[in-house]
Ligand binder design. Structure first.
Ligand code: DON
Length: 304
């Protein structure tokens, strides 16, 4: 399929789309991003690449990183991971505290902030040098040694990270955080600060479109069973309290971030990333969702 042509046609049809979304501002550095940015990159499992717009510009991947931290923690902890974090959609905002109280400190899933903080705690416990070792893992997945954290974004989030600190403290009080809360939360902010282009991120997600094996390097990153499960959690929880709407409209496992990126995979076919910084009220990219809905409709490539 000529995806370049598809991208051009959809972006033409979106020219009149009025985007009333807002660039995230609760992390001060994020609001400096130009709202008009728009990029797309698609990698097929057979090694073809298609791009559109600002696809080679770095952006803050934010929560999309939670898929990568989950992948590494799942590989390390195996089934024990699920004693500390669930796989159910939360139906609540990504940074909500309410369910944690009556679920006794066990987050509903690894993609809400509470769940990703537990995953970060696992990595702090199990990696010799969490920051360095996690970056090595992401660089291996992406086949790119230049991927890095953004000190600027991490510091900016740390200055306003009170809600995440509250989540971490609450879970610590229930015994579901092993390490020092400052160490865990700082590592979590570092994870969220990673910057990538649409191209780099789509490449990084390719193993999840190919049953756990990176088709370019030939590395089996995780088993096909784990890849299926990670995709299943993305399908149900990747867009928080908009996961139903996203499944309904787009029909692919996906993960969003407040930097405006959305990564999706179609197992057996492709991985794809769209980036547009204006977010809707649920914290997901407005135009990114619209683009993906039109894309899977046009190409008839939802998984359903
Ligand atoms: O913890 C936070 O609030 C951010 N570092 C990540 C949140 C996020 O990306 C939610 N995504 N839509």
């Amino acid at each position: 399929m000529d995806y370049n042509k598809v991208f051009c046609e959809i972006s033409k049809s979106l020219e009149s789309y009025h985007d009333n979304g807002k660039v995230a501002s609760y992390i001060p550095e994020l609001k400096k991003v130009a709202p008009i940015k728009f990029g797309v990159h698609l990698c097929t499992v057979t090694g073809e690449n298609y791009q559109f717009g600002d696809s080679e510009e770095k952006f803050s991947i934010q929560s999309i990183c939670k898929v990568l931290s989950l992948t590494l923690a799942f590989e390390i902890e195996q089934e024990d991971l699920w004693k500390r974090v669930g796989v159910e959609p939360s139906g609540n905002p990504f940074n909500s505290l309410v369910q944690l109280e009556y679920d006794e400190g066990i987050p509903r899933n690894p993609f809400i902030n509470a769940g990703a903080i537990v995953v970060a705690d696992v990595l702090v416990s199990k990696l010799e040098n969490p920051k360095r070792d996690f970056l090595d893992f992401v660089r291996k997945l992406s086949g790119n040694n230049t991927i890095n954290y953004s000190e600027r974004i991490a510091q900016s989030e740390k200055s306003k990270g009170h809600r995440n600190a509250a989540l971490c403290n609450l879970m610590k009080s229930f015994g579901n955080i092993e390490n020092n809360i400052h160490e865990v939360i700082e590592f979590y902010f570092d994870l969220c600060s990673i910057e990538m282009t649409c191209e780099e991120l789509a490449r990084t997600f390719l193993f999840l479109a190919n049953y756990g094996k990176d088709p370019i390097s030939g590395n089996q990153i995780v088993s096909s069973s784990k890849s299926k499960r990670i995709n299943a959690v993305m399908q149900l929880c990747g867009l928080y309290d908009e996961a139903g709407e996203f499944s309904f409209k787009v029909g692919l496992p996906g993960k969003s971030g407040v930097g405006g990126g959305i990564a999706v995979v179609h197992p057996g076919k492709y991985s794809m990333v769209v980036w547009s910084p204006r977010l809707n009220k649920k914290g997901n990219s407005n135009k990114g969702m619209q683009f993906l809905e039109e894309f899977t409709s046009y190409t008839e490539s939802s998984i359903f």
